[in-house]
Design a protein around this ligand. Structure first.
Ligand SMILES: Nc1nc2c(ncn2[C@@H]2O[C@H](COP(=O)(O)OP(=O)(O)OP(=O)(O)O)[C@@H](O)[C@H]2O)c(=O)[nH]1
Length: 320
């Protein structure tokens, strides 16, 4: 191994075999090394860029984080890692001509490292990793996580919140009401004589009935803080934050009437001809002391009373 240029050639061959982009700059920011990886992704040979200022080859880097990283390395001897989330693709690099035509850059992780050179001013090495695959996989995972999360919180039949979602939400809203000194109301909503409906029309039509009632409830409870959930088989629950007992009663009555408006036929003899609901209300007043479990059991007791009093009605239970 003799001259510097022989050594540079060997180095360039080694760098050419690497599956990473490598650029070496001299102290004047001129390109000294440019490997095959770079040539393939820019369409520019090592010869065509050798000796050029990095910013003459990539004018768009001017004023960018990559330019600052090179200056830091050459002048201050500081290495830099360009965060992938902030600088997705600083260099115009393309996996193929088709990707270049679409303007679809390779996703990059860029590292700039100062290099001490004997007998010369400091150089720097820019390494560019293609992280497109990893970024794509990450995006896919994130999307799948979102889908899974929405499935774990949604009821499979009706699409509204499920019991697990309800259990978490009631605790959260209870804490919020206690902290904020505001009322919190809970409605328990149960379809009347649903066993008879199922027995008469069959389970699949029973499912359709549940879907229609759930959709009507969801359409009525539209404030972002409200939550309507499927609590059990044919029972629904609605959490109404910042809602006092009078407002809760109005909402419960509106739901009862809306269900009748759906005009879903029920077999004759069972509470008239149409599907109806009974509702139980419990309200935790602004200065109340009841916990979430107390609120739920009071709403349950109210629902039981509405059923006992003849169904298709609303009942409320006072909270201790
Ligand atoms: N189709 C269908 N039926 C269900 C589902 N979950 C529960 N049910 C039915 O809902 C019915 C509930 O019946 P009960 O608890 O006896 O109450 P009910 O007949 O509605 O009477 P009251 O509540 O007293 O008015 C049962 O027949 C269950 O099989 C479901 O996902 N789909």
């Amino acid at each position: 191994m003799g001259t510097d240029s022989e050594r540079l050639m060997l180095l360039q061959q080694v760098l050419g075999g690497l599956n990473v982009g490598a650029i070496v700059l001299d102290a004047e920011r001129r390109i000294v090394l440019w490997n095959h990886w770079m040539a393939r992704r820019t369409g520019r040979s090592a010869d065509s860029v050798a000796g050029s200022d990095l910013l003459a080859v990539f004018p768009e880097l001017r004023g960018q984080r990559a330019e600052a990283a090179v200056t830091q390395a050459l002048h201050n001897n500081f290495p830099s890692l360009l965060s992938q989330s902030l600088n997705k693709a600083p260099f115009p690099l393309y996996a193929s001509a088709a990707a270049a035509a679409r303007g679809e850059r390779v996703q990059q992780a860029v590292e700039v490292t100062p290099i001490a050179v004997t007998g010369a001013a400091r150089h720097c090495l820019i390494q560019i990793n293609d992280v497109s695959l990893a970024v794509g996989r990450e995006r896919l995972l994130r999307e799948q996580t979102m889908v899974l999360r929405s499935q774990t919180f949604a009821d499979g039949l009706t699409g509204i919140a499920n019991r697990r979602h309800f259990d978490m939400a009631i605790e959260k809203e209870h804490r919020r009401a206690r902290r904020g000194g505001v009322p919190l109301s809970l409605l328990m909503i149960d379809i009347d004589n649903f066993k008879a409906y199922n027995d008469h029309y069959g389970h699949p039509q029973g499912d359709q009935c549940l879907i229609r009632v759930a959709a009507a409830l969801a359409a009525m409870l539209k404030r972002p803080c409200d939550l309507v959930a499927r609590y059990g088989g044919e029972e629904f629950a609605a959490i109404l934050p910042d809602t006092d007992s009078e407002q809760a009663w109005q909402m419960a009555e509106a739901i009862r009437l809306r269900t009748i408006e759906l005009a879903i036929p029920h077999l004759p003899g069972a509470d008239g001809q149409l599907v109806t609901v009974s509702l139980g209300i419990a309200t935790r007043h602004a200065d109340g002391s009841a916990d979430a479990a107390g609120l739920i059991s009071a709403a349950d007791r109210a629902l039981y009373q509405a059923k006992r009093d003849g169904r298709n009605r609303v009942a409320a239970q006072a909270l201790a």
